[in-house]
Design a protein around this ligand. Structure first.
Ligand code: GLA
Length: 710
């Protein structure tokens, strides 16, 4: 990362990208370039660049050149969405507050960051925007708004706004549903507003996740792309706006209702971070930048990710010490390192209709507490993990009966809609917060719990989500400070809470409740746009998926669960000896390759949708791991040759097919020689440019390839 300035034109550079901010004069500064690295521009060259970017004044437009500034505002002639909006309640004539016109007070540069301070004395507002271009190439933007007036100021919206060039004409973002999270959608950009809102009080299964705008036809390996992610676990609006004037901007901010955020005199609102990145190597280039940034976050768990067994799909609510001990025995035998007891262990929790909030161990099912199980698990050399859902409460619980006012409600006395038979516990209520904190602390003190699977199975619909999100953050912070080394997983009915804010306090996400390997391939592919694989839980499920009813060969299930924080979500006590042997081989491989998974660069080939190829390549390109997955019967009788992206053209590699279970099913007899031999040795150029012939693979097969430089 480097920064230079001239003295009022600032240039941030990192990881092959540049951002130039024109902060001359007293107007709101404007980003005049965000994209490819411009080289070591400074001094007069920077000024010349900024001068050259002054747009023409067209007919029927403001007389001053119209620029998309850091905080676009009507007061500067901007006809699009404003960067900051609000009003002073009870002061209907206060036009200044409703139409703020802040001017620049100063812009300062420190390290990789710029801080722009704006003020509008008439409106009684101060706005400060911080821009940091981190060494990994991730741009971080956050905004503070200070009510410098003498009466309350109600914020309507605060949006981080970034300019996009005219050649960015295609938008891709994600949508989804339970058990089908982060499903991509693409559209040509047209004049107007492309807006995605999440009103779940959590990102939700349909979260836009990332808004990517790029040159036509951009793919995983090619195209110029700009991406924006709003790092926030509550309601959000993500936007791309193209104006007929020729301006295109991308932005994101929290989504509020009227009066949700009211600043008292002197109070400050600090926005969540908007994280953005540019790449001219397609989506893989974006992932490389986001992954390195996430991997560098402070406080992350650095040790190898322990192979996990989660009990949910093995036993559901049927908690029985004997059965769980047997499951732990089977887990330890195949090499599992962390045993996680899922939902069903606390008072009254025999099904999902009751018990949330009563966070003490159920004495009828567990007369000696969890001790016999925990001792058994740790005695087998495994860590113990526990499922909790601290933000929720069941109406059928002692805590709800005793403290009905702790249930989050829009209107006192009006019951919010039930969702999975549960309500939200108002964590902004100090007593409710203390109750949950103390209960979780008591558990963490009584048992050697290494890991919490932290779930949230209901939307927060009943009140503004911001206080709940902030309280949850605080609770995680308190627990992590008190129990150093405690790991947390962010789960939310599967993958309903996956964002780069929650990952500041958690060590992995549960990307989806679907363990159907093919569905999981899709969820992992797109979760991997921002989140590196070692932070995405990926478990081998039963042959017949519990969510789709579809049956998959063990090999596809094993291959899929290598590319993540690997685990098992099945009843191993019922597995055949043959399957147990395969799972044992898989666990051995997972342990061998996890350093690669934890540091590798994610690569995804631009193939037809019938056959996906993805992999992880070490930063020095000496080693790699690839998966070939047929999602359907291949379109062509003989599939296209397999190209392995990301390898170094100057090296020679040995490619080895690893069959952990039964080999992938092939339709046809004569196999390509390398496939029959199970191995090939070829130059990197051949592997990346010519490819390896594939046999006609049957649908829904998974092939694992290990690649090493010779
Ligand atoms: C949610 C989670 C599951 C499981 C159940 C338990 O649905 O996503 O993995 O923990 O809750 O009730």
């Amino acid at each position: 990362m480097t920064a230079s300035s001239s003295p009022e034109v600032h240039h941030l550079r990192a990881a092959g990208s540049s951002l130039v901010l024109d902060a001359r004069g007293t107007g709101v500064p404007a980003i005049v370039h965000w994209g490819a690295d411009l080289g070591a521009l400074d001094g007069p060259a920077l000024t010349a660049l900024a001068d050259s970017q002054a747009p023409a004044v067209t007919a029927s437009s403001p007389d001053a050149p119209l620029r998309s500034t850091l905080v676009p505002l009507a007061a500067d002639g901007w006809p699009g969405l404003p960067g900051v909006a609000g009003w002073r309640p009870g002061e209907p004539d206060d036009g200044a507050a409703r139409r703020p016109a802040p001017r620049q007070v100063r812009t300062t540069s420190a390290g990789d960051a710029l801080r722009v301070v704006l003020a509008d004395p008439a409106a009684g507002l101060e706005v400060a925007v911080r821009l940091a271009l981190h060494e990994q190439g991730v741009l971080e933007i956050s905004t503070t708004v200070t009510n410098a007036g003498t009466t309350p100021y109600a914020l309507e919206q605060v949006v981080s706004t970034l300019p996009l060039p005219a050649r960015a004409t295609e938008v891709l973002d994600l949508s989804g549903r339970w058990a089908g999270e982060r499903s991509p959608q693409r559209a040509p950009l047209r004049d107007g507003l492309w807006e995605r809102e999440t009103r779940h009080g959590r990102p939700g299964h349909d979260a836009p996740f990332a808004t990517v705008v790029g040159t036509p036809g951009f793919g995983f390996r090619a195209g110029e792309v700009w991406a924006v992610h709003h790092a926030w676990s509550g309601d959000t609006a993500a936007r791309v706006e193209r104006l007929p004037s020729g301006h295109t901007v991308a932005g994101a901010g929290e989504l509020w209702g009227p009066g949700d955020v009211v600043l008292g005199p002197g109070e400050i609102y600090t926005s969540p971070r908007t994280l953005a990145a540019w790449s001219d190597d397609g989506l893989d280039g974006l992932s490389a930048r986001f992954h390195s940034w996430v991997r560098a976050r402070p406080g992350r768990a650095e040790r190898p990710r322990p192979v996990t067994l989660n009990t949910w799909e093995a036993v559901y609510f049927e908690h029985d010490l004997g059965r769980l001990r047997a499951l732990a025995d089977a887990a330890a035998r195949v090499g599992v390192e962390r045993f996680v007891l899922d939902d069903g262990w606390f008072r009254g929790r025999r099904d999902d209709r009751r018990g949330l909030g009563d966070w003490t161990v159920d004495g009828t099912v567990w007369p000696e507490g969890l001790h016999p199980l925990v001792q058994h698990v740790t005695g087998l050399g495994m860590e113990f993990g526990l499922w909790v859902e601290p933000e929720m409460v069941s109406p059928d619980s002692d805590v709800a009966r005793r403290h009905p006012d702790w249930v989050l409600r829009a209107v006192p006395g009006r019951e919010p809609p039930l969702w999975r038979h549960q309500q939200v516990l108002d964590l902004a209520h100090p007593d409710a917060y203390a109750h949950v904190r103390d209960a979780v602390v008591a558990l963490l003190e009584e048992y050697p719990i290494a890991y919490l699977k932290w779930d949230q199975n209901r939307d927060v619909l009943d009140a503004p989500s911001r206080p709940q999100v902030l309280a949850t953050r605080r609770l995680m912070d308190e627990l992590r400070a008190r129990f150093p080394g405690l790991e947390i997983e962010s789960c939310s009915s599967g993958g309903g809470k996956v964002d780069l804010d929650v990952l500041d306090r958690t060590d992995r996400v549960w990307a989806s409740d679907t363990n159907d390997a093919l569905e999981r391939q899709a969820v992992q592919r797109w979760t991997g746009l921002l989140v590196p694989p070692e932070l995405v839980g990926s478990h081998v499920g039963d042959a017949r998926s519990h969510t789709t009813g579809r049956t998959h060969d063990l090999s596809l299930r094993l291959v899929t669960a290598v590319f993540g924080h690997s685990g098992i979500e099945a009843d191993l006590t019922r597995a055949t000896p043959e399957d147990l042997e395969a799972v044992t081989r898989w666990v051995r491989l997972v342990k061998e390759v996890r350093p690669l998974v934890a540091t590798g660069t994610t690569v995804r080939a631009d193939t037809d949708d019938d056959c996906w190829v993805h992999g992880l390549v070490t930063p020095d390109a000496r080693e790699a791991l690839f998966a070939v997955v047929t999602r359907a019967a291949t379109r062509a009788a003989v599939p296209a040759p397999l190209l392995l992206p990301g390898l170094d053209a100057r090296r020679t590699y040995r490619v080895e097919r690893v069959d952990l279970a039964k080999p992938p099913l092939v339709v046809g007899d004569a196999l390509p020689p390398w496939w029959a031999a199970g191995t090939a040795e070829l130059p990197g150029t051949v592997l990346t440019e010519v490819g390896l012939p594939l046999p006609p693979l049957a649908p829904e097969q998974g092939v694992l390839l290990r690649v090493a430089s010779t």
